[in-house]
Design a protein around this ligand. Structure first.
Ligand SMILES: Nc1ncnc2c1ncn2[C@@H]1O[C@H](COP(=O)(O)OP(=O)(O)OP(=O)(O)O)[C@@H](O)[C@H]1O
Ligand SMILES: O=C([O-])CC(=O)C(=O)O
Ligand SMILES: [Ca+2]
Ligand SMILES: [Mn+2]
Length: 675
């Protein structure tokens, strides 16, 4: 606001005014000369505004502050005196049960009983906030022989709201700031991506038989005893803190197969992340939550002990399926929790005949569902978030007899180079409530610079799915019509789009090819060809062919069409060509959704034997066959052969497995590159 504007508005704002014109009457009435009297009252309406509102009903500052917050409304409406009686009773009982449940979750294995837990922020005790203590079922007499840890209370902050978590983060966690768009910027610490080499799974009699072990498997074994050592380390760490965060939430929008999860963590950042990423229970659902089906102990700030058997670094992410528990030590990267639970779903769901998928999913106005498979950074989130379609989910789904369902309640978008123009819905989802990980922002304006990779290339935004305006809630849909396999081909030899037959779809699903471009997995900075079975080997628990067989069966039954879309390089390999324009990829995807691409004219490519369209309206025809875009045709041929060789070599380990019925296995083996 300019100075002149300020002056002219002076009277309206009841500010001082030295303008003699304004005060002429005042001077005249008092009959005094010299400087005009300072005008402090608003003249309009002739009302004295200082006295126009009744005084605050508080006698002290503390009382005034207590007026600011009103109690949250009871979650269950109380109707009639009889039910009120029962509600009061059960409310007390519920509180007691909740405390017991959380105390049990935090129980040490050596001390047999859970710690004394108390609900609420320890910093608020003085504010007269109601805190509820554990009602001890065991007899508790503090004596000198009792350890210090059993003399102390563990405060827990239960399912806090985003606003409360913002306050906790900003007050207590270094590196937490509100950005100009309203999001909470956080730092995940030294780890800015997942650490797949530090993942451990307990091998017991059951899992030894059921899970995929050995070469290529993400399940690195650990014994039960070592798990308990790490669990104790995490639980002791958490109990040593002033307070811990507890989230009780759900996974899977398919109500029949919903899983209850509890996340115990030390950071508000972790609690808000999971609040956004898991399905948020309604207050009524929370009342009946009971015992969780799975619990995460996130002690990420605290390292594991490298002298412990099986530990090869100070980071350990441990899954124990029998105990239904996961322990995180030595990494604060929040994606570990999300993907750890995904691994658990990859075990639990197939047991029920449900296929779990590392895929995005959306549905058109006519109910046509598309799945988007692909490794990290290939475009699942970007392409499933489509303004013309309803978003079911961006990363983790189930395909059951009922159709598809999202496992999660939020999205986790990459935000490096994010632009409002290219990805408007993701851009607009970054607002109050969203966690922005490891981004760089202006120290004064707090404006985020999405181009800046100073902290990491793997910058991320985690937001509730309803932040996308056309999210489909509940996040479920009918059986898929199109199955789109995404690959970011840094070699630049895969066509922008290929139509696949079922055997080819299975071959490429099992291969799970891409060239990683950003550092989602800790340590990867330069693009490299990667094969990851089922487009998510890091998260699967059973042998890849188990998932593949289920996918083949479902695609066959529901007549879904398979596609391979290269969202990577065109015009040469990484360093020569450039990434295919997102606008072109979107046009290609639109043509798949609409059914128009099915009707196009096709030709067959050499080596990979892909069916590629001759033309697609809106996309330059010459890019549809990559050979056209390479200046050096010899280099193209050599690169194509090189990639084909990598595919062949990768597939060798799968040649002895049977997949599906009839001749499918032989067909899949024959569907690879021929050269
Ligand atoms: N042609 C393209 N198609 C898709 N994405 C593209 C394209 N060109 C550039 N991109 C960028 O690539 C990135 C794709 O990341 P996205 O978040 O969609 O990955 P993702 O498959 O969801 O991975 P993750 O499983 O790690 O979440 C985005 O940053 C997007 O802007
Ligand atoms: O897990 C993460 O960190 C991000 C992700 O979605 C993936 O890597 O597939
Ligand atoms: Ca994603
Ligand atoms: Mn993912």
């Amino acid at each position: 606001m300019s100075d002149t504007k300020m002056a002219s508005n002076g009277t309206e704002n009841a500010e001082f005014s030295f303008t003699s014109n304004n005060n002429a009457s005042t001077s005249a009435s008092t009959g005094r000369k010299g400087l005009p009297k300072i005008q402090t009252q608003k003249k309009t309406n002739d009302v004295c505004h200082d006295d126009s509102t009744p005084p605050v009903k508080a006698q002290t500052i503390d009382e005034l502050h207590s007026l600011q917050k009103k109690r949250s409304t009871p979650t269950t409406p109380i109707t009639g005196t009889q039910s009120a009686f029962f509600t009061t009773l059960s409310e007390e009982e519920r509180q007691k049960q909740q405390l017991q449940s959380i105390s049990a979750s935090l129980a040490s294995l050596t001390r047999e009983t859970g710690p004394k837990v108390v609900k609420g922020d320890p910093a608020r005790k003085s504010e007269g906030q109601k805190v509820t203590l554990t009602s001890h079922s065991h007899h508790f007499t503090p004596t000198i022989s009792v350890s210090d840890s059993s003399l102390k209370f563990t405060h827990f902050l239960y399912n806090l709201s985003p606003a409360e978590l913002y306050e906790q983060a900003i007050k207590y966690e270094k590196g937490s700031f509100i950005t100009s768009n309203g999001a909470l910027a956080t730092l995940s610490g030294a780890k800015t991506g997942r650490s797949p080499r530090d993942k451990r799974v307990v091998k017991d009699k059951t899992t030894e038989e059921e899970l995929w072990w050995g070469k290529g498997s993400p399940n690195i074994e650990m014994d039960e005893q070592t798990f308990l050592v790490n669990r104790e380390r995490a639980v002791d760490y958490l109990n040593s803190l002033e307070k811990v965060f507890v989230n009780d939430q759900f996974l899977n929008w398919d109500l029949e197969h919903r899983i209850k999860v509890r996340i115990v963590s030390a950071r508000a950042y972790h609690s808000l992340f999971m609040h956004n990423m898991c399905i948020r229970p309604t207050p009524e659902e929370l009342e009946d939550f009971g015992t969780p089906d799975f619990t995460i102990y996130n002690a990420g700030q605290f390292p594991c002990n490298r002298y412990t058997h099986y530990m090869t670094s100070s980071t350990s992410i441990d899954i124990n399926l029998a105990r239904r528990e996961m322990v995180i030590l030595g990494t604060q990267y929040a994606g570990e929790m999300k993907k750890g639970l995904f691994s658990v779903m990859h075990y639990l769901m197939p047991k029920r005949g449900i296929l779990s998928l590392h895929s995005g999913c959306n549905v058109g106005k006519d109910g046509d569902v598309a799945l988007f498979f692909g490794l990290s950074g290939t475009g699942k989130t970007t392409l499933s978030t489509d303004h013309n379609r309803y978003l079911i989910g961006d990363d983790e789904h189930c395909w059951s007899e009922n159709g598809v369902s999202n496992i999660e309640g939020g999205c986790y978008a990459k935000c490096i180079d994010l632009s409002r123009e290219k990805e408007p819905d993701i851009w607009n989802a970054i607002k109050f409530g969203t966690v922005l990980e490891n981004v760089v922002f202006d120290e004064h304006t707090r404006e985020v610079d999405y181009v800046d990779k100073s902290v990491t290339e793997n910058t991320r935004a985690a937001y509730p799915i309803e932040y996308i305006p056309n999210a489909k809630i509940p996040c479920v849909g009918p059986h898929p019509k199109n199955v789109i396999l995404l690959a970011c081909d840094a070699f630049g030899v895969l066509p922008p789009v290929s139509k696949l037959n079922l055997a080819q779809t299975m071959y490429h699903f099992i291969s799970g090819y891409t060239a990683l471009v950003a550092g989602t997995e800790d340590g990867i900075k330069e693009p490299t060809a990667t094969f990851s079975a089922c487009f998510g080997a890091a998260f699967i628990m059973l042998h890849p062919t188990r998932y593949a067989a289920m996918l083949a069966e479902k695609m066959q039954k529901h007549r879904a069409t398979g596609w391979l879309v290269n969202t990577g390089w065109s015009g040469g390999s990484y360093g020569f060509g450039s990434r295919i324009k997102l606008a072109y990829t979107r046009i290609i995807i639109d043509a798949i959704h609409s059914g128009n691409l099915l009707k196009a004219n096709y030709k067959k490519t050499e080596v990979f034997g892909f069916e590629i369209p001759i033309e697609i309206e809106g996309v330059p025809s010459e890019i549809l066959d990559p050979v056209n875009t390479w200046l050096d045709k010899m280099a193209y041929k050599n690169t194509l052969s090189k990639l084909a060789g990598l595919f062949k070599k990768n597939f060798e380990v799968f040649t002895n497995y049977k997949i599906g019925k009839d001749k499918l296995t032989e067909e899949i083996l024959a569907a690879g590159p021929v050269f």
